[in-house]
Design a protein around this ligand. Sequence first.
Ligand SMILES: [Zn+2]
Length: 239
Amino acid sequence: MEIHNVMEELVFSEVERACIDIKKEVNKQGICTCPQCRMDVASYVLNRITPHYIVSSRGILREDHFDIKNQQKIADITSLVYKAFEQINLNRRPGFAHTNSWKVDVDTAVAYFNIPVIIGRIFNGSTFEPVCNIDVELHLNGELVKMKDANWQNPCKLIKKTEGTFTFWPESLPSDKVGEQKLFNFSIVAPIPGFSPLVHHFELPVVSEKDLVRTVAMNRTHKVTDLYMFDMDDDEAQD
Ligand SMILES: [Zn+2]
């Protein structure tokens, strides 16, 4: 069983739809629709709407549980998506290529572990405010993970606009055969001056596939549980 926010699918598909419209409309063509900005837009919107949680077990269709009857709700989300694209573009993430053209690994392996986009948020444990202006790292077996391409950064800088959200898209890893199951041990590491170092371990099972995934599948993301950091003083007080 898992807890799932069904608004995620809705927002992700609205973001994809908006991207197609933005590319067609002349007066919107300056707006960046790169994978990183798309993820930032999705985060922006998800942080501003009421989540709708369901408990699902694997194999049960989510559509059985949730039927969006309220068309107005979708219209609101659509307009929020456009607002988000404008806001994110006013303050694009620094250090990213912001390109839609992919420079991906050459596919010479038999199969690939296509690791999903890893997304999460960090909050200040005392104030519950989202943390910004820090660098967050993704490690695999203790080493900094290489990203899919120049659109993604590791470390990833938390900026004010995206409200404590970090996103990583690790490069696909080769496998010897299709259908190989492997458990990857990732860690989110945030060394922050004045705070207890934040280290969060999580396991991600991935099954190898024949083809490299070359475009972001927004519905194939791994959401890391919300993380909280505490400053040194609080820590000492607790001891
Ligand atoms: Zn961009």
